[in-house]
Design a protein around this ligand. Sequence first.
Ligand code: FES
Length: 70
Amino acid sequence: MLVCICNRISDKDIRSAIHEGASGIGDVCADLGLGSCCGKCVPFAKNLVDETVSQLQISNNFHLARELKA
Ligand code: FES
């Protein structure tokens, strides 16, 4: 799904940026150019970024806990 129509940035592009180290909407905007034209995509993208960062943190904590148990 396209999130930023102006720059043709998809939800997959945003999730990939987070998995590659972006930690917030500012990083995603800087890395991908998201929001650099009309800016209408930024509120939706911010929710997607926050949700993806939270999911990644939960996943990382789960894997860390499994490693500590082993
Ligand atoms: S839709 Fe993202 S800058 Fe216009």
